[in-house]
Every structure is written in C-alpha cells, then in structure tokens.
Write a protein that binds this ligand. Structure first.
Ligand code: NDP
Length: 403
C-alpha cells in the first residue's frame, strides 16, 4: 500500500500510471501532475475506463521548486516518479529533498542549452540524499534501465565477467508519417545529433554522430541498419562493471529518418541555441518540436515491434571459458496500444518506470543516497518484467559479434 506522485503526462507517464493502476496492491493511491492539466485529466479518464481506478490530477510547473515542494507537501507521497523531461530532474530532486520524499526518474539531467548526457549533476546529490535518509533511483526506463538490469542479470547468472557489451535498440514500428519521433522530439533529436561515444579500454572514445553503421537481423523485425551512438547507461555500466573493456550502444534508424534529419540539421533546424525571429528569441529545435507530430498521437497508427537487448561476452560463471549471451525483449506496438493507449516506445519505458517505483515502495530495493540500476539485485525487477508485459529471453550465441 503506497501513495505515489507521478510528474509528467506524456506517453511514458501515461503508461506508468495505467500500469500502477493495474497493480492496486502495490500502488494504492496514485496522483498525477504535469504542466498541462488537461493531459493529466485525459490519462485519468482512460485509467478510470480501463481499470476502474480513480487518480487525482494537478497542474504543476516542475521547474518551480517552491511550487513542486508545496504540491508534494499537500499530497504527502512516499515517492515522486519524475516522468517529465530531463531538464526537470534537478528541480524535482531539490523538491524531494525539501519535503523528505524518495525520488525516481528515467533519464539523466540535461541542461537546456547544451546537449550533454552525463550523470555527474545527479551523482552530486549523493550526500544530500544520504544525509536525509532518502533514496533516489536514476534511469528506470528501458534504456537506460532494463538494459543495465539485463547486464547485471547476466553477470549474476551467466558470466563471471563482462568484457564486451553491446546494447541494441531496434524500433521496427511504422507510424505511417514521413518524419516523426517516437518520444519527445526535442530530447530524441538532441540525442541522435550528439557525437557518438563508446567505452574502450578505460575511456570514452568520441566519433562523429551516426558515422558507424552496421546491418543486424532483429528477431520479430528483420534486418535493419543500426548506428553507433552515445547513450547515458554506458557511463553507469562502465562505472559498475569495472572489468569491461568495451561497451557500445546501437540504435536503428530507417533511411527516410536519416534523410529528413540530415536536411533539418543542414538547414539549422536542430540548433539548440536561440535565434531572433521577428524580434522574438526562438530555439529552432523547440520550434521544430512544435510542428512535428506529438509522439502520443502516433499510437493508433503504429504497427510492428520493438526489439531491445544486450549482447555480452565474458568468462562463463561455470568456468567453461569465454561465452556470449544475448538477452532481449520484443514488444508489439499494437498490443501496447490496446492495453494502455500508447505505442511500444512509451510502453517499454513506462512499464520499467512502474517496476522501479514498485521496487522502492515495496522495499525490494532499499538504500540511502543516489543509485543507478546496476547497484541493486536484478532478480525481482526481472521477475516483474516477465509478469507485467515485457517478457525477456536469453540465449547463448555461438560466437561474439563479428563487428
Ligand atoms: P513527452 O514529451 O511525451 O512528455 C513529457 C511530459 O512532461 C509532458 O506531459 C510535459 O508537459 C511534461 N513537462 C514538461 N516540462 C514540464 C514542467 N516544467 N513541469 C511539469 N511538467 C512538464 O515525453 P515522454 O513521455 O516521451 O518522455 C518522458 C521522459 O521519459 C523523458 O524524460 C524522456 O527522456 C524519458 N524517456 C526515457 C526512456 C528510457 O528508456 N529510459 C525512453 C523514452 C523516454 P506538456 O505536455 O505540457 O509539455
């Protein structure tokens, strides 16, 4: 039995709140706040219709620490689940410290004016959370989130060491639009246009964005081009798997997506510095977001599957030499939409957000300070993935990845 406050009424917030309402024995009292209250109300209506559960809704600007602290005091939750944007992470952590409330999110803090994906801003809260006897859990989505749990499960049950790790994120969904992003366009485009970085022999190696491309045959999807890029879990994985010699992150993109993005970049529409237009300062990428389809609107038309997993090579636990394992989840866009009214990209993030929240409020994961997913026992989380909509499989591969 627990009271939680979810902040953020986008696709991920919608899935997380639906899944919490489907688990009333864990989440007995659910509150949802976001900048636009009508979005919270639409989610509350859908939750009521699908599950019979009533959730309370509020308008909040989570950049305003005072207002957020006042709302947390009014509601009195055990845990705040931050599913707004990465820009709000520090403000919401401050409000949690001010009110003595546990904190969780799905994406690391980013300053608005520079596309930097690093944990140091949030790791700097370690002492303050510890002294307050509070827990902050960072990155409980799919990637980051499940991809780290997958690696730690392999390290617990299959491999004594992980020497090489590749995270493969494939979205084989087709939404029928010429160009759209499957989650917040501003965050997505900042991530994709940033230089690629991978971990190799104790340091990050930087290469130009989208420069390394490989074709891979994804189960349930078929062959797709995937591109090496930076993703924030590489930083926490490198920290918590110290023997790791190489870690890379790959994401699939279709040719049409790459062509559109190249043009948008070439004409300056992905810039994140302000330009003056008719006497008004606008950030081109924020303007672009305003004219692109809302990710939530893609739900009804998206067909196909996502396939996200880890391929890890290292010494087998049973002493049988070097082994390679592939652990993954395949999620169907139409099934996700039928269950929660949201497509699989939101679903694969919102379900692990609900599970991370469950780990905290049930006490399955406990701690004082700021934690990444790698620091806890993966087993209870993996069990809930299987029973709450994101079943996973693990197989031994005959050989390591050839590239
Ligand atoms: P959306 O853009 O769909 O939703 C974000 C929500 O946050 C919107 O409802 C928005 O309100 C609200 N919001 C924005 N700013 C504020 C503010 N200042 N105060 C209060 N509410 C605010 O994003 P998604 O649902 O797709 O993503 C949510 C989070 O999940 C993001 O941080 C994203 O990076 C992360 N994510 C993580 C993934 C993972 O696997 N780990 C994968 C995908 C996403 P409004 O509607 O008014 O703009």
């Amino acid at each position: 039995m627990s009271k939680v406050l979810v902040i953020g009424a986008g696709g991920v917030g919608s899935v997380a709140v639906h899944k919490m309402a489907m688990n009333p024995a864990i989440f007995s009292d659910i509150h949802l706040a976001s900048r636009t209250v009508s979005k919270c109300e639409a989610i509350a209506d859908s939750v009521k219709q699908r599950t019979g559960v009533t959730i309370a809704t509020y308008a909040i600007d989570a950049d305003d620490v005072e207002a957020t602290s006042a709302l947390i005091r009014e509601i009195g939750p055990e845990l705040v689940v931050n599913l707004a944007l990465p820009y709000q992470d520090l403000a919401i952590m401050d409000a949690c410290l001010a009110t003595g409330t546990h904190y969780m999110d799905t994406a690391n803090y980013e300053p608005k004016d520079v596309a930097k994906f690093e944990y140091h801003w949030q790791w700097a809260y370690q002492e303050r959370f510890k002294e307050a006897g509070l827990m902050a859990l960072l990155g409980s989505g799919f990637d980051p989130g499940v991809t780290s749990i997958f690696a730690m499960w392999l390290k617990k049950h299959k491999l004594k060491t992980i020497r090489r790790l590749d995270i493969l994120d494939c979205n084989g969904g087709d939404h029928g639009q010429a160009f759209a992003t499957n989650f917040n366009p501003e965050i997505n485009i900042r991530e994709v246009t940033a230089p690629a970085r991978h971990w190799e022999n104790g340091q990050f190696v930087e290469t130009p964005a989208m420069a390394k491309k490989v074709s891979f045959d994804f189960e349930g999807v078929g062959p797709k081009n995937m591109y090496m890029m930076y993703h924030e879990e590489l930083e926490s994985l490198a920290r918590f798997i110290p023997e790791m010699e190489r870690a890379r992150f790959w994401m699939t993109f279709g040719d049409a997506y790459i062509q559109h993005l190249t043009v948008l970049q070439n004409v300056g529409m992905t810039r994140i510095d302000p330009v003056t237009y008719n006497g008004v300062e606008i950030v081109p990428l924020q303007f672009l977001k305003a004219v692109l389809p809302e990710p939530a609107s893609l739900g009804p038309t998206t067909k196909g599957k996502t396939n996200i997993g880890d391929i890890a090579t290292g010494e087998a636990l049973d002493g049988s030499g070097e082994k390679t394992f592939y652990i993954k989840n395949i999620c169907d866009h139409e099934d996700a939409y039928a269950e929660t009214g949201n497509q699989a990209v939101s679903y694969t993030t919102g379900v692990p957000a609900m599970i991370g929240a469950a780990m905290i409020v049930t006490g399955a994961w406990k701690g004082e300070g700021v934690f990444n997913m790698e620091q806890f026992d993966p087993d209870p989380f993996m069990d809930m993935l299987n029973t709450h909509g994101l079943p996973w499989t693990v197989e031994e591969l005959a050989e390591p990845l050839p590239f």
